[in-house]
Write a protein that binds this ligand. Sequence first.
Ligand code: NAD
Length: 297
Amino acid sequence: MTITIGFIGLGNMGGPMAANLAKAGFDVTATDLSIGAVDRAVEAGCKRGETVAAAVKDADVVVSMLPAGAHVKSVYTDDYGVIANARPGALFIDSSTIDVESARAVSAAAVGKGFAMVDAPVSGGVAAATGGTLTFMVGGEAASFERARPVLEAMGKNIFHAGAAGNGQVAKIANNMLLGVTMIATCEAFNLAEKLGLDAQTFFDISSTASGQSWSMTSYCPAPGPVPAAPSNRDYQPGFAAGMMLKDMRLAQEAAHQAKAATPLGAQAEALYALMEAAGRDDLDFSGIMKLIKGAL
Ligand code: NAD
């Protein structure tokens, strides 16, 4: 029997994700505050959902892809929202990147009313959403994860169960904090080498096979030249915008304060990406932090 899906949030990521679900044969009813976004989803094979309540009322599975925790809380817990209007026993999948506390609170509210819920934030940008190659990091009960799997497989390539509710968000922000920090350290190292007379390619050849190696260097080198596909070769056009990295760094710091986890480098990295925002250049790729390090932003 065809699985019916209510999809909420048809932006840069949610639009192509909903389209991939329709393409895979799911019966998708899609909704967004933007009529234009719903029109595009209908063109891609979804049914029109006039409201959240209408989109979820017959759904076996609800998928949401919203900007931040406040949107997720309101879409799920308000009177017009998902919990008040979904079919008994439905499964909810929230793929938005949000704070751990909101993810756990919304999940508890849903589970308390007899629904199943997983947080399933993604790694990979619009290209991965379009190509159906996202990575999903999933938090929630094992049985809910198994129910979510076929839906996630239609939108992604790698699907990980990270543990209990909220742990998908934990995996996402801990990973992105690490990425943000290694990117800045990589920029500093390339800049230092260059200032001391060592060219980027030679330093790359040495360091990428030595102990300073990281994904930030080998797949996304912030110095132009060594990795041709990296944004550094197109004047730091994203890719993954510094503003979005800053959002994730802020979520990591918020969670670190709550958990009393010491993250001094994460805090410093957040402050540096905030300087890109203050300079009005958070539209650049996050590896464009090289420009800040060089004093050339
Ligand atoms: P976006 O702003 O393009 O889309 C969000 C959509 O949600 C918008 O279309 C908006 O109208 C809709 N929306 C907001 N409130 C709503 C409501 N009450 N009811 C219905 N629709 C509502 O954002 P995006 O780039 O698609 O990102 C979505 C999430 O994915 C964010 O949490 C982001 O951090 C995360 N993410 C984005 C990327 C990326 O590269 N864009 C990568 C990984 C993760």
